[in-house]
Ligand binder design. Sequence first.
Ligand code: 7TS
Length: 408
Amino acid sequence: MSNNYLLDFPVLNQTINGKRLVYLDSAATAQKPLSVTKIVQEYYNLYNANPHRGAYYLSVKSTELYDTAREAVKDFIGAGSTREIIFTKNATEAFNLLAYSYGLNFINAGDEIVISIAEHHSNLVPWQMVAKAKGAVLKYMYTNEEGIIPEEEIQSKIGEKTKLVSVTHVSNVLGTINPVESIIKRAHEVDAAVIVDGSQSIPHMKVNVKELDADFMVFSGHKMLAPMGIGVLYGKEKYLNAMPPFLYGGDMIEYVWEQEAEFAELPFKFEGGTQNVGGALGLKEAIKYLDKVGMDNIKVTEKGLTSYALMKLDQLPYVTIYGTRDINKKAGVISFNIKDVHPHDVASILDADGISIRAGHHCAHPLMKYLGVNATCRASFYFYNTVEDIDIFIESIKGVRKWLGYGS
Ligand code: 7TS
């Protein structure tokens, strides 16, 4: 079966140890199409200059290009204005910006910060820091045995003391699509601000921040075909205007006196120092590529791959799958374990067959503890994967226990 995307993604079009590469770790980072790497190269070859600095051609051009990238992100997520789009290094930096700038200034002693047990450490450790610094309480919404946050949990954990709710849209471990609409509604009933971690949703499905009514949204470019080193914080202007800067220095100021400084307008107030213009342009090109494929098509393709893989894995009695099998509540991420085999050994055996999966705790220690495991294997899909990839993956899985000397 041919893969239409092989020409666009040279990295997928190669053999490793004599085996065709099967890349099933897009939840960690997505592969990059040629159009993205080309635009980054073109920027450095033809237009490189420090933006917002010069009156000369290249700097003006670089500034203009950077602005177009911000516009593309705004349109892609349905934000109201480019003032609401802050470029960061990645999702982790965006969370830290929020923790230092929003958390330390707007959360007080006795306030509650509510997250879920399925958060990536980047949406967990910063809130531990804020809770400790401010004497606030960090509360968790727990999932049911299917990995889903039940409505009662949302209603009971988010209450009058809640000042901030920060929750992932899609779990990077279980692939569960969380009921963020319901969480946002409940949080707004009690006047709490809501951060949605879109790291695993925005690359894979149409997300509109206005329709969701999220107060903040955080994501990384590298999981959506863009280069590493560019991420996004979306925030409603009313919040961003009230928040102090996170990084102080050049480019984020209006004027500096010896003892005082006046800060720049949004979004520049939050973009201290020389920015990653090449990365932003790469993100713009990635968005163009995703739009060309179509977010709805991407969702349908991944749904097909995920249900096929689940069906095949379910036929293997020694495989345990974590999280729901309801394909309407699940994105293209499957966490599983093979009886008696450590996930790292599974990943190494699959690697010998040219297959890339992730094994470990997936930066979600509290979730691992809650699930009662130390680690899992994780296969994650993107639109450039094929049914043939899944077949190769399943055949390799079937060989793991035999390889280690188990009967079946
Ligand atoms: N939030 C979620 C839901 C994630 O999956 C990740 C990265 C992050 C935040 C942090 O993104 P970063 O770009 O700042 O590192 N998740 C993974 C993963 O699942 N495997 O490797 C990185």
